[in-house]
Each structure stands twice: as structure tokens, then as C-alpha cells.
Design a protein around this ligand. Structure first.
Ligand code: AMP
Ligand code: MN
Ligand code: MN
Ligand code: MN
Length: 281
């Protein structure tokens, strides 16, 4: 068994169509792949179809944008019924917030000299895709004016940069509720990637748990051992299920689908959650 519970496709800010993502996962011998696009479930059907008669199982997922104490926090929903009305409601809500913001970012970038930034960025994604700052960073890089995608992100899109547009996302509680209504499990994504102190992180986890959150990501592909250990401790202490994922978006040598995602034996892996069982039969 080789799992990856956090990946993106062209339905949001990933580089590959869902079926091509599945092929990449297969090449890496991944047996269970969750597609967790930002705020939408558009890519799930194609990914599922691509898994038929292959040695890989698709786990329907989503990564929901929320705001907690003025910080943007991501909640992954796993094992969701993607056709459930709760997911349709959620996507509609997020799509509109996202669209407004994406257009504003586009306007700022156009003023900065990147003409028709929104249209050109949109053209690189799937129809009706969610456009995030990740899409814009890739678009900017494609103009040839930046050293890397990261460089473009830093210069124009990071908080406080010239084309940054703030967005007030939903409360974590609402995201967890949507996920649970759709029969999914709510997972706190990449807890160490928020620029908050460890004290605040512990408060975040406590809040997440108090509103029904059931799991947190402990292992990610590119991570220092001490970080993984620390997250493992927090996971145990809060009696949460442990998840793991690459957060794959594009081909990079250091972030492959399914790579380096082991979970410590002490932890309760998310695939032992009752809602996960049918995917691991
Ligand atoms: P948003 O949800 O629109 O605020 O955009 C967040 C997305 O931007 C993340 O999911 C990443 O895909 C991408 N991102 C975040 N930080 C960076 C970075 N330093 N370089 C490139 N992309 C990034
Ligand atoms: Mn992203
Ligand atoms: Mn994220
Ligand atoms: Mn992600």
C-alpha cells in the first residue's frame, strides 16, 4: 500500500488534468490517491474514471479555504460524497468568493504590466476551475520575467505584495460542517505551513477539534524530521487520526506524488477511520 491524501489537478491550481495526475500516481506505484482540489470537486469524476481497472483507488476529496484569526487555514475533506448537495453548496459559495478575488488580482497584475492576466491565467486551467494564487504564480513565471514560480509569488502575490488581495473565507466550523454533511472526514492541512507560533498552532488544533475536526496531516513530502515528530506528538495528544499527503501541484523533483509519506506506528492512520474502510477493503 502506498498512499497520498493531498493532491491537486487542473480543476484548481494543479498543472495536470485529473486523468494525467492518476497516471503520475500509477507511475509512482501509489495505490490510494486522494484528489483534493481547492474548493471544488470538479476533477473527481475524471480521476475516478481513470482509476477503473487499474491498481489504484481514487479517494474523493476537497481542500477548503477558511479563515481563523485573520489567517488563511486549509481544511481537507476526505472520503466525501462528491455529488452530495453539501458539496455543491460549498463549491458554489467558494467559487463566487474565489472568482471575485481572482478578477481583482488580475486587475492588479494588469496594472503592473501583465496584460489580461486573469484571462491568460484562466486559459491555463480547466474550464470552471478554481483560480488561486498558485495559478497566477505559474502564469507569471510563464512570462519569463521571474527566476522561479516562488519568485513570482514572492514579488506579486504574497501577503502585502503588489497584487495581493485579501479574502475573508468561511469559519473552520462551517467547512467541517460541509465536509461532515457530505459524509467526509475533516483534516487540518499542512499545520506547519501557517506562519503562526506553536502556541497558536496548538490553539488552532484545539479549535479545529472542538468543532468536529477528526484528523490532521502529520507527514508531508518535504519536511524536516523534527517537524514530523512534533506534528505526530500533537496528533497523539489531541487524539486525532493522522493523514499524509504531498500537496502535489506540478512536477518538481522534491515533491512527487506518494513520496516520503510514512506515518509513525504510534499514530492512528486515517485509513483506519470507519469512513475510510470501504476504500481500503
Ligand atoms: P490562495 O488559496 O488563492 O491564497 O493561494 C494559495 C495557493 O498558492 C497554494 O495552494 C499554493 O498552491 C500556492 N502557493 C502558496 N505559496 C506559494 C509560493 N511560495 N510559491 C508558489 N505558489 C505558492
Ligand atoms: Mn494550491
Ligand atoms: Mn493548502
Ligand atoms: Mn493543497
Amino acid at each position: 500500500m502506498k498512499v497520498d491524501f493531498h493532491t491537486h489537478s487542473k480543476a484548481s491550481d494543479g498543472e495536470f488534468a485529473p486523468k494525467d495526475l492518476v497516471q503520475i500516481a500509477l507511475n509512482n506505484k501509489v495505490t490510494h490517491l486522494a484528489l483534493t482540489d481547492h474548493d471544488c470537486v470538479l476533477g473527481i469524476k475524471e480521476a475516478k474514471d481513470a482509476c477503473v481497472d487499474k491498481d489504484i483507488t481514487l479517494i474523493p476529496g476537497i481542500e477548503v479555504s477558511t479563515t481563523w484569526r485573520n489567517t488563511s487555514i486549509h481544511i481537507v475533506g476526505l472520503f466525501i460524497d462528491e455529488d452530495h448537495e453539501a458539496m455543491q453548496e460549498l463549491s458554489k459559495l467558494q467559487f463566487n468568493t474565489r472568482l471575485e478575488r481572482a478578477i481583482k488580482i488580475g486587475e492588479k497584475l494588469s496594472k503592473a504590466g501583465f496584460e489580461n492576466a486573469y484571462e491568460r491565467t484562466k486559459a491555463q486551467a480547466q474550464e470552471n476551475a478554481i483560480i488561486t494564487r498558485g495559478n497566477y504564480a505559474r502564469f507569471l513565471f510563464s512570462t519569463g520575467q521571474f527566476r522561479s514560480i516562488d519568485d513570482a509569488f514572492y514579488k506579486y502575490l504574497r501577503r502585502g505584495a503588489r497584487a495581493y488581495v485579501h479574502s475573508q473565507w468561511m469559519d473552520i466550523k462551517d467547512a467541517v460542517e460541509f465536509i461532515k454533511r457530505a459524509n467526509g472526514v475533516a483534516v487540518l492541512a499542512h499545520p506547519k505551513r501557517y506562519k503562526i507560533t506553536n502556541t497558536k498552532l496548538r490553539e488552532l488544533i484545539a479549535y479545529f477539534k472542538s468543532v468536529g475536526g477528526e484528523a490532521m496531516e502529520v507527514s508531508s513530502t518535504q519536511q524536516r524530521p523534527c517537524e514530523r515528530e512534533y506534528l505526530g506528538e500533537l496528533c497523539l495528544k489531541n487524539d486525532l487520526y493522522a493523514s499524509c499527503g504531498s500537496d502535489f501541484h506540478i512536477l518538481e523533483s522534491w515533491r512527487e506524488v506518494g513520496r516520503n509519506l510514512d506515518l509513525d506506528e504510534k499514530l492512528k492512520p486515517i485509513w483506519t477511520h470507519p469512513k475510510a474502510l470501504k476504500y481500503f477493503a
